[in-house]
Design a protein around this ligand. Structure first.
Ligand code: C5P
Length: 244
């Protein structure tokens, strides 16, 4: 994979027209376009075909399934849009993950969401997570990554802060996808992301893919911003190669 293949751009926009505009604008810089809740709810499953018809980039259908296994399986069986997806996300619940892995075609990589990058220690404590685990989200991420691996998932979603530990424990066997990316040079206003790192650091720490939304979308020149992210990815890959 070259640097660009590792950049995931979330199409967090309200409608198909905006989505098409971003795919056309960023198609040369982005390896994977992510369809998330906003676009999927507003446009319905046909948006996945519409995007896939527009680009050679991969498609990530990020619906973060989280329900009882029977309900999630029924949703998956009824979703023909899944055929065009290269990645889907499921929250970390061992029984659910195993059921989805058994159901889904091999061409779709299942990514288990470990601990959302918007959650910090205080948020985890308030959710009832034990003090020792909440104090250091890394331990919770590793525990959930282990469940994902056992269930047969292709990869996990975690922050760039945990990528090194995940790669050390599971090696290249588990794909690491990292949102919560905030470049040094970006000017995203204070937002909901808590466990953030730069594109360089995420990839240097071992992330296979990074999700970069607002720092590109809200930039004065989104193409230039995407180009700068890809440069950082490239630099981190070179540094990774030198170390290994
Ligand atoms: O870079 P930005 O914060 O705008 O990226 C937001 C995107 O990252 C959203 O599409 C959101 O769903 C995704 N995300 C994710 N997993 C997380 C946190 C955010 O996929 N843990």
């Amino acid at each position: 994979m070259i640097a660009k293949d590792r950049l995931i751009f979330p199409l967090d926009v309200p409608d198909a027209e905006q989505a098409r505009k971003h795919v056309k604008l960023l198609g040369d810089q982005v390896g994977v376009f992510k369809v998330g809740l906003e676009l999927f709810v507003s446009e319905g499953p046909s948006i996945v075909d519409a995007i896939a018809d527009l680009t050679d980039a991969k498609i990530f259908l990020d619906l973060k399934f989280h329900d009882i296994p029977a309900t999630v399986l029924r949703a998956i069986r009824s979703g023909s849009c899944l055929r065009r997806a290269n990645f889907i996300t499921v929250h970390c619940d061992p029984v659910l993950l195993e059921a989805v892995v058994a159901e889904v075609d091999d061409h779709i990589k299942i990514l288990a969401v470990t601990v959302l990058t918007s959650l910090d220690s205080n948020a985890l404590l308030s959710l009832g997570i034990r003090k020792e685990l909440a104090a250091e989200p890394m331990q919770l991420v590793l525990q959930r990554a282990s469940l994902a691996k056992q269930a047969g998932c292709a990869g996990i979603v975690c922050s760039g802060r945990e990528a090194t530990a995940v790669k050390k424990k599971f090696g290249g066997d588990l794909i690491v996808v990292t949102p919560g990316i905030r470049p040094d040079w970006g000017d995203v206003k204070k937002d909901d992301q808590a466990r953030v790192v730069t594109p360089y650091l995420a990839v240097k720490n071992g992330a296979d893919y990074i999700v970069v939304g607002r720092p590109i979308r809200e930039a004065t020149d989104p193409v230039e911003a995407a180009f700068m992210v890809v440069n950082e990815i490239d630099r981190a890959l070179q540094d990774r190669r030198q170390i290994s």
